[in-house]
Design a protein around this ligand. Sequence first.
Ligand SMILES: Cc1cc2nc3c(=O)[nH]c(=O)nc-3n(C[C@H](O)[C@H](O)[C@H](O)COP(=O)(O)OP(=O)(O)OC[C@H]3O[C@@H](n4cnc5c(N)ncnc54)[C@H](O)[C@@H]3O)c2cc1C
Length: 564
Amino acid sequence: MNRGVTVRRMPLPVILAVDEDETSLRDIERELSDRYERSYRIVAVGSTPEAHEEVARLADAGEEIALALAGESLRDAPGSEFLVGVRKRHPQAQRGLLIDYAAWGHNPTGEVIFAAMARREIDYYVIRPTRAPDEMFHQAISTFLLEWSHARRLSSHTVHIVGESWAGRAHELREVLGRCALPHAFVLADSPEGRDLVADAGTATGLPLVVFPDGEVLVDPSNAELTIAAGGPVDPEGRDFDLVIIGAGPAGLSAAVYGASEGFSTLVIDSGGIGGQATLSSLIRNYLGFPRGISGRRLAEEAYEQAWVFGAHFAFMQQATGLKREEDRVVVALSDFADVNARAVILASGAAYRRLEVGDIESLAASGAGVFYGGPATEAPAMADRHVFVVGGANSAGQAALHLAEYARQVTIVVRASSLGAGMSHYLVEQVEAAPNITVRLETEVVGGGGEGWLERLILRSRSKSDAETVQADALFLMIGARPNTDWLPTEILRDDRGFIRTGIELADTPDWQLERAPLPLETSMPGVLAAGDVRDGSMNRVASAVGDGSIAVRLVHDLLATN
Ligand SMILES: Cc1cc2nc3c(=O)[nH]c(=O)nc-3n(C[C@H](O)[C@H](O)[C@H](O)COP(=O)(O)OP(=O)(O)OC[C@H]3O[C@@H](n4cnc5c(N)ncnc54)[C@H](O)[C@@H]3O)c2cc1C
């Protein structure tokens, strides 16, 4: 049944430009109006006071700024300072610093940009347009607008989840759609939009509802039903492959791109969807080729598409539950379907966060009721005006705190160590210390917490005080170290004492290696089975190194099959 989805008329989102150079402002206004006027309202002003007034007026009127552009140096303040103010009133606005073409490559301008990006004051820079049409300018503008629409879940393919609260089953369904790389939005059932969607769906009972853009409606579907409806494959279809990859995180997706592109019939199996831990990262800034940074989810979506167009097969919501060697094949057992087998297997099952297991923390986490394991990529916008806590002392905790600080009233990082620098990169420590709404509690642990249906309080114990202290808390993000996803593997796959898979030459002298030839670099103790990414003992825990491992593993599969 295709009833379509009711669309409420909203005022057009605004593209706001402020520049003191009259000619430049005229060029910017012309280029923006020519290209975007049907979908956005263009506002161009020549001074910072006017721009501030406009920002406040729009916020008070409930109108949204999608993109703000500001000249690098304005008379009253640097453009980046104005753009910080924009985010305070319009949390999802993209912010671009306008620079001259001639300034590109100049050290002083470069330094302004590096600093503003490091402090998250701007999203990127834009070179002022010159002759019309300036396609370079438009490429920058459309990238900003795409990022904004992703953050606002405004894609025309957005799936709506209608639920009674953010928590519980609605939260789990959002996670499933997130892992399948589908744009989705949560709508409260008793909001005007929620009531419209429920009325359009024509079903009197049952929440949460999942409403697809073509009008298809599912009432409280299972994860597998939702994945299938969303177009995600769950059945591997075939049984015999050249290469089976366990895990669709960065390592598995990379192996899929290389495996499929090099002519192997390739199957990727994941117990969730795509992207693995990377989907928890709101902005990966150190992955080659993405100077403005990229969210882990977007990176995974692009990689999935790339593997798919090379012909890789996928099976989501499938747990690999066993692995054995049978003559020249490796057999993988699956949770819901018959075994699949391959000439070679790449284990890219990564790692997952350790659990805190104190007070009511685990039950609140299970229903997404204010306690979240991993980064705040999805939850951050809902944290406006709240006091949130981040537990952890590594880079991922620093990134999470900085991202949350753009929305939340107050962010508190709770760390067991006696200094932030003990586990966090210097550049992140600097950013955390410079953020006015982040505080750090060193030598402190969360020892309890609870709330009625949503997290309300945490119990903290600090090394310097004998009594534990109860603090009011609106949300908790736990980034407390990872455990490898290797419990399901047979004992023939040798692991270190923490469970990470041992590979390569370090196996050569162990009794577990039984062939005459030396093991290949990423080969495990089961011949024909390689390991890539975070699941491997000695991995670098980076997206780039996982991707590198995935490509190397495929190169080694060629060698392995030639040797056999
Ligand atoms: C919050 C956060 C921020 C980060 N930020 C950055 C950053 O800025 N830069 C950077 O370089 N790195 C960053 N990282 C690290 C980076 O995300 C990881 O190093 C990378 O994702 C590892 O990739 P992987 O493919 O090895 O494993 P994972 O990403 O862990 O993927 C493993 C996949 O295997 C699946 N799986 C597990 N067991 C099974 C099974 N039995 N059957 C089927 N499937 C299974 C899982 O569902 C998962 O999808 C960050 C990590 C986190 C958590």
